[in-house]
Design a protein around this ligand. Structure first.
Ligand code: BGC
Length: 429
């Protein structure tokens, strides 16, 4: 279900005296400063942890004297948001800023609708603090058009610590261990794996299994190079079979379930584990749970040395309303500022994309993410997540989602048939 709500900033709940004093101060300021820019921001951060993170952005932008106009489109993974965005751009009325990532940035660049923010990037030295593989994604024809906010790791397994204790098990490091633990949990009456019902959730789980089963070189050959022989080869078949083996360990109420509701099952002990990127940690944090005590974050089986990355970023659209550009540039600069990167990522579950920040305020999962990001980068085991828009075109991604979704729900489809379909899907224009 697509929900589209646009709300403007209000001062609800502010005592009248304060309001008068701050209004007077604002008036005094207005005499000297540029008028407040209205910045309409399209995003899809609507779960508990996500909304808290979006709030950080809104508050910091308003501190710069700009007005946040909320254009939140619910739907994890952002599929609904992208549909809403297309409608607005086609109508000639794009939002000032939109949460877009990966190759879609190039596609919007090709449309000629993006506002370059290279001046901000130069002034704030982005080239010096961003990993080069991420800086490249943010540039169109050599100029920055995107501002990155974080690095999410996708190949995580989240585990309810009590559930694991109940079956006397250790976090599984291999697929054999994983299925042993899952059997024990099932016997103990705990749903071993929580998963929701959106195509991207199945795709993300499969992507993680494929990395764990085949390793980063296989992943790159299959999904970066889109090599047909690898896409339909024996390792892919094995990955698909392993993915399918997970299904009996999930519950029957998957259809239509949002990812954060699946995370809630792990938080409250209804289920033991979830394969999910570390936006899930934002939900554990909002629920007041502590890593290492209430829950565990471990790399998904077989993928400990590898790292699937997913970087959230914003692009800015050329808009006709005068004055908006000031707000857009304020926002671009804010997104990459050390203070924003720290506070936002503490809430979001991700780590800062800036490589020059001190992580002492971050928890053990974030520190592990950062160390693994660096180690995987050095080993050639850092790979972009195709399930989260970081690698293939939206058309190929959609075609992959279809194959994986059908394979997950149709026991009659063989793994080899699905692999052949993946190879065909890679050719989608
Ligand atoms: C985004 C995250 C978001 C998640 C669930 C991912 O594609 O990168 O920021 O929290 O989807 O909505």
């Amino acid at each position: 279900m697509r929900s589209h709500r646009v709300t403007s900033h209000t001062l609800r709940g502010t005592p009248r005296a304060l309001l008068t004093a701050s209004a007077a101060a604002a008036l005094a300021l207005a005499a000297t400063a540029a008028p407040a820019a209205q910045v309409e921001v399209l995003h899809y951060w609507t779960s508990g942890g996500e909304a808290k993170s979006a709030q950080v952005l809104k508050q910091m932008l308003e501190k710069k004297g700009d007005t946040w106009v909320d254009f939140a489109v619910a739907g994890g993974g952002g599929g609904n948001a992208m549909t809403a965005l297309k409608t607005r751009v086609v109508a000639g009325n794009p939002p000032a800023a939109a949460q877009i990532k990966g190759p879609a940035i190039q596609q919007w660049g090709d449309e000629g609708v993006l506002l370059p923010i290279d001046d901000v990037a130069k002034q704030d030295n982005w080239d010096h603090v961003l990993p080069p593989e991420i800086a490249t994604i943010m540039k169109y024809k050599g100029q920055y058009v995107g501002a990155p906010v974080n690095v999410h790791r996708v190949n995580w397994l989240w585990i309810n610590a009590d559930a694991l204790k109940k079956v006397n098990a250790q976090p599984p490091a291999t697929w054999d261990d994983f299925f042993k633990v899952a059997d024990a949990l099932k016997k103990a009456g705990i749903t071993p794996v929580a998963i929701g019902g959106q195509p991207w959730q199945e795709a993300e789980t499969f992507e993680t299994v494929a990395l764990g089963v085949g390793g980063p070189d296989f992943y790159k050959k299959a999904f970066v190079q889109l090599d047909p022989a690898t896409l339909k080869g024996p390792t892919m078949v094995k990955a698909l079979e392993t993915f399918r083996r997970i299904k009996p360990y999930t519950d029957d109420a998957q259809t239509g379930r949002d990812w954060n509701l699946a995370t809630a099952m792990v938080i409250n002990g209804k289920a033991a584990m979830q394969f999910m990127g570390d936006w899930a940690k934002g939900e554990f944090t909002v629920a007041g749970k502590a890593p290492g005590k209430d829950y565990l974050c471990v790399a998904a089986p077989g993928s400990g040395k590898a790292y699937t990355f997913n970087v959230d970023s914003f692009v800015f659209f050329k808009v006709k309303t005068p004055g908006v550009e000031k707000g857009q540039k304020d926002m671009a600069s804010l997104l990459m500022s050390p203070q924003f990167q720290e506070t936002f990522n503490l809430n979001k579950g991700s780590i800062p994309v800036r490589q020059d920040l001190d992580l002492s305020k971050f928890d053990a999962c974030a520190k592990k993410s950062s160390a693994d990001f660096k180690a995987a980068g050095a080993e050639g085991a850092l790979v972009p997540s195709w399930a989260h828009d970081m690698l293939v075109t939206p058309a190929v991604e959609g075609a992959f989602y279809d194959v994986i979704g059908k394979f997950w729900s149709d026991p009659a489809m063989s793994a080899q048939e699905a692999a052949n379909k993946l190879a065909a899907a890679a050719k989608t224009d």
